[in-house]
Structure formats: structure tokens, C-alpha cells
Design a protein around this ligand. Structure first.
Ligand code: GUN
Length: 286
């Protein structure tokens, strides 16, 4: 039996439609258009593609979008000054600093991101939003894990009481994903590069979320028959070949539901950024 394929495209379209409807309602009721500012520093080609796609998504659904391109040589102080300016602009409700930052300022990433007004922090990376997520308060939630959770829910995959294994402990995916699943009453195990018995732990999972950044690391023999497998990895193994953290070709014969790469979770991130921008605006109207 082969697994149900969870198509990122289908869910991303659905989540963007939801955001679009809310934007129309807000425009009618309050006469306000949501505004998103994306700052990109330097010339990282992958980042440029991501930022262009974010801008396109905004235009598609009715969000005012500003892309701020800053040179590779930008200092920490210059970037913080730009963030401060955006913090005070009324027509900007969401601020995102595209990562990674250039090497020269990468060591200041935390300090830079902490400068964003938490109510405009559409990435959900600010410690205030992290703290709110962990304590169950209304927060802006990191886009990728938020999209994964919404996709699980929209697919009627049972989370309550399920054993969810999250592989990877990054601040962007692994940690927030674990807290989101916990908030929905899953029993959560977080695994990482130092975990012993990874295969046994994975094999007992009802839901696996792979966010390790190692191509085809999760093999079919690590998956319980019928389990749900969410693959957050995007690994380029040849100039035109992207694969996930899961060995999809074999895992698809064991899992009950699985996300492909490409065409899976990656598409949800931008859709959830659109939703977070609307949420940020609503928080600022309240
Ligand atoms: N670079 C890759 N993914 C992300 C993300 O979710 N947010 C930001 N700001 N930068 C990224």
C-alpha cells in the first residue's frame, strides 16, 4: 500500500485563500491594508528567490509589500536602524529579515532579530513570541512548523495522544514544532545528532517530522507502517535535484501519509507568512 501524498501546493493554496478572505474583511471593516516589509542583506541567490516569491505572494492576495535590499557591507548598526524605522511605520504590520545574514554580521543575528517589535515579528523568532508559544499564549508562530501543524489538522491526522518524533532542534523548525505538537496533546520526543537509538525511537512514532538537513536520512526501515511523515528538509544533491531528509521513494511504501520534496512543506512557509502578516495586523488593531 502506498501512502497518501500530502501536497504542499494544495494546502498552500488553501491557506493563502483563507488569508485573502480575511484581508478583504479587514479592509471592509477597518479600511486597513496589511503591509509586510522584507529586508534582504547581500546577494545570496537562494535568499533572493525566496524574497521574490514572498513579494509575489503578497501581491497575489492583497498585502502591501516592500522589499528592502541592503548591500553586503551593511553594518549591524545600519540594519538595526532600518528595523527601528519599520517598527515605527504605521502601514507596515510585519517585518522579516531574510536569513542567513552575510558572514560579517551573522554573529549579531540574535541582537538584530530581537530589535523587531514582537507584534510585527512575522517570523515568530523574537524571544517574546517564543516564550508566548511555550506558555500557550497567543503568539506569532514560526511559519514552517505552523504550516506543518495546520496541514496535519486539515488532513484529519490524529495528534491528540499520538507519539510525535521531531528530528532536529533548530529554533526555526524543530523546537517550535515540538511545542506546537505538545500544545495539541501529542507525546513529543525531540531527537538530534547526539540521540542514541534513533531508529527505535522513530519506529515507535505515529508522526515523524524530519528537519535535520541530511539528504534521505530517514529510511523506510525507521518508519512504523501507517505513520505520518512530514519532511521539512530541502537538500540540493545535484544542480537541478532537490531531495528531502526522508528517502521518499521507499518511505512512501511504508508510511500512511507523507509529504514530497519538492512540492511539500516548502510551499507552506510562504502561505503561513501571509497568514502571520494578517495575524500581526489584527494584533495591532486590537
Ligand atoms: N531563511 C530560510 N527560511 C527562513 C525563514 O523562515 N525566515 C527567514 N527570515 N529567513 C529564512
Amino acid at each position: 500500500m502506498t501512502a497518501t501524498i500530502l501536497s504542499g501546493k494544495v494546502f498552500a493554496t488553501q491557506f493563502k485563500e483563507e488569508a485573502k478572505k480575511e484581508i478583504l474583511n479587514i479592509k471592509q471593516e477597518y479600511g486597513v491594508t496589511p503591509g509586510l516589509a522584507v529586508i534582504i542583506v547581500g546577494e545570496n541567490p537562494a535568499s533572493k528567490v525566496y524574497v521574490r516569491n514572498k513579494h509575489k505572494a503578497c501581491e497575489e492576495i492583497g498585502i502591501y509589500s516592500e522589499v528592502i535590499e541592503m548591500p553586503e557591507t551593511t553594518t549591524k548598526e545600519e540594519l538595526i536602524r532600518k528595523i527601528d524605522e519599520l517598527n515605527f511605520r504605521k502601514e507596515i504590520h510585519g517585518i522579516l529579515v531574510q536569513l542567513p545574514l552575510p558572514k560579517a554580521i551573522a554573529q549579531h543575528e540574535e541582537e538584530i532579530l530581537n530589535e523587531i517589535n514582537p507584534f510585527k515579528d512575522v517570523d515568530g523568532f523574537h524571544p517574546i513570541n517564543v516564550g508566548k508559544l511555550v506558555t500557550g499564549q497567543e503568539a506569532l508562530i514560526p511559519c514552517t512548523p505552523h504550516g506543518c501543524l495546520k496541514m496535519l489538522e486539515a488532513s484529519n491526522i490524529n495528534i491528540d495522544g499520538a507519539h510525535a518524533v521531531v528530528i532536529g532542534r533548530s529554533n526555526i523548525v524543530g523546537k517550535p514544532m515540538a511545542h506546537l505538537l505538545l500544545s495539541k496533546n501529542a507525546t513529543v520526543t525531540i531527537c538530534h545528532s547526539h540521540t542514541k537509538n534513533l531508529k527505535e525511537i522513530c519506529k515507535s512514532a505515529d508522526i515523524i517530522v524530519a528537519a535535520i538537513g541530511k539528504p534521505k536520512f530517514i529510511t523506510a526501515d525507521m518508519i512504523k507502517p501507517g505513520a505520518t511523515v512530514i519532511d521539512v528538509g530541502i537538500n540540493r544533491i545535484a544542480p537541478k535535484k532537490l531531495v528531502g531528509d526522508v528517502d521518499f521513494e521507499n518511505a512512501v511504501n511504508v508510511a500512511g501519509a507523507i509529504t514530497p520534496v519538492p512540492g511539500g512543506v516548502g510551499l507552506l512557509t510562504i502561505a503561513m507568512l501571509m497568514q502571520n502578516t494578517v495575524t500581526a495586523l489584527k494584533m495591532q488593531l486590537a
